[in-house]
Design a protein around this ligand. Structure first.
Ligand code: NDP
Ligand code: HSE
Length: 438
């Protein structure tokens, strides 16, 4: 074994940073044995106001802690691990690490979804690498899978439960009848949620992850802002219940699909899945990603998508893979990251073809259903199932319609017409239905 240790600098000692500090300390011997040389945490940069608490936490030896960035960058470190989160000042810290010839490990999907191509190019320029497994789906090795294990495949679809907080909240609501606010509060206390949980529930966090995954899956360049997203915060219990009656479970899905013409469709929204779909069984803070590719077919990746130790697992593996030397070589040689690719040709949202669940509040009188189905027929929308419970004549009642495959633009036009009918009250609800192969 070589005596020459690999020096690590860590920025941020919060949920994930604390887990990384703990794992590096507790498993130091195992990692040294596997690598053939020790991995040594040499400095941990925290904010001034957190210094005393960080010392008291004993997550890492107090002597390693600093609140001085100059002191942090003065140390002899080969890898900087960025676990503070957010775009600024982490863009500057990561750039400085790369420019000084250090590899970077980060879990920061916000930073990569916005500035990934620029930072990957900067790493290339300075002959170092960026490893980012923990940025998508926490501890699940989905980035390595797309980059290395599926190198022999062309991927044409990716369907992911990418936000642990949302999946935890939906599970608590649908399986344990817990109110939304109580479930969100618990997700925050358990360390799943982002510092600003609106990033989770609005779908923005999943959209950032999807932009990273879709860029890798399709060998293209997509930034987070290009991914349309709808969160779980407007989802109504009524629709979860009607969906269940019709054999569907709701999940917040990030979906990326590439057509034969090379056009890419991306989006995050609550979707109905058949209750017997494997993704429908993914509960709690777990994440899962179904990947459709030409040679392998359908493959599914499942595991803990958030939380201290599962995320630390991915970060520390990144550190070890860099330290071993194979990852920097693969980063340099393989043309995988979005800095090397053209911007994606995105499919306009109205051209997306899918099945949909619709719910309207319709007056329970003769002729109402005819008006709704006429509006759908005018846009060539074919109905697969209709459900109305027998009740409330002369009052508004929920009517649920399941369509066959239809272009979203046609559906939007039909729904605008339906929303304007005198017999319809309130906002119609539209939820995509996703049919995945078994
Ligand atoms: P936390 O908020 O728990 O921890 C971040 C820590 O970094 C905080 O202690 C924060 O201090 C500190 N920090 C912020 N800015 C600076 C700075 N300029 N200098 C030094 N320290 C700083 O976040 P998480 O650990 O949950 O997340 C870290 C990263 O990992 C994020 O990018 C997140 O998206 C990602 N991630 C998180 C997962 C999870 O399950 N939590 C899973 C996968 C990825 P302060 O408290 O004072 O703000
Ligand atoms: N807040 C994120 C989630 C953490 O809930 O999935 C993992 O990126």
């Amino acid at each position: 074994m070589s005596d020459k240790a690999i020096g690590i600098g860590l920025i941020g000692l919060g949920t994930v940073g604390g887990g990384v500090g703990k794992l590096l300390t507790e498993q130091a011997n195992l990692f040294a044995q596997r690598l053939g040389r020790p991995v040594e945490l040499r400095r941990v940069l925290v904010r001034t106001q957190d210094l005393a608490a960080a010392k008291a936490s004993k997550l890492v030896p107090a002597a390693l802690l600093t609140d001085d960035a100059e002191d942090f960058f003065k140390q002899d470190t080969a890898i900087v691990v960025e676990l503070a989160g957010g775009v600024n000042p982490m863009r500057q810290f990561v750039s400085r690490a790369l420019e000084s010839g250090r590899h970077v490990v980060t879990a920061n999907k916000s930073l990569l979804a916005k500035h990934g191509p620029e930072l990957f190019a900067l790493a290339r320029k300075h002959n170092v690498s960026i490893a980012f497994e923990a940025s998508c789906a926490g501890g699940i090795p989905i980035i390595y899978t797309l980059q290395f294990s599926l190198l022999s495949n062309r991927v044409h679809g990716l369907y992911g439960i990418l936000n642990g907080t949302c999946n935890y909240i939906l599970t608590q609501m649908t399986r344990h009848n817990q109110p939304y606010d109580t479930a969100l509060d618990a997700a925050q206390k358990l360390g799943y949620a982002e510092a600003d949980p609106t990033l989770d529930v609005s779908g923005a966090d999943a959209a950032q992850k999807l932009s990273i995954l879709a860029s890798l899956a399709f060998g293209t360049r997509i930034v987070g802002e290009q991914v349309p997203c709808e969160g779980i915060d407007k989802l109504e219990l009524a629709d979860i219940g009607f969906g269940k009656e019709m054999g569907y479970d709701v999940k917040l899905l990030g979906i990326a699909e590439r057509g034969d013409d090379g056009k890419v469709s991306v989006g995050v929204r609550p979707c109905f899945l058949r209750a017997d779909d494997l993704l429908a069984d993914v509960t709690g803070p777990f994440n899962a990603i179904s990947v459709l590719s030409d040679a392998l077919g359908h493959s599914l990746y499942y595991g803990a998508g958030a939380g201290r130790m599962p995320t630390a697992s991915a970060v520390v593996s990144d550190i070890l893979n860099i330290a071993s030397g194979w990852y920097p070589q693969a980063f340099a040689q393989l043309r995988l990251t979005p800095d090397l690719h053209e911007p994606a040709a995105l499919l306009p949202a109205e051209q997306l073809v899918s099945r949909f669940y619709l719910r309207v509040n319709a007056m329970d009188l003769p002729g109402t259903m005819a008006q709704v189905t006429t509006a759908l027929a005018e846009h060539e929308i074919s109905i697969s199932a209709v459900m109305q419970h027998e009740r409330n004549e002369g009052q508004h009642v929920p009517v649920v319609v399941i369509t066959h495959e239809v272009a979203q633009g046609d559906l939007n036009a039909a729904m605008a017409k339906i929303a304007g009918l005198d017999c319809i009250a309130g906002r119609p609800v539209v939820i995509r239905i996703v049919d995945l192969p078994h």
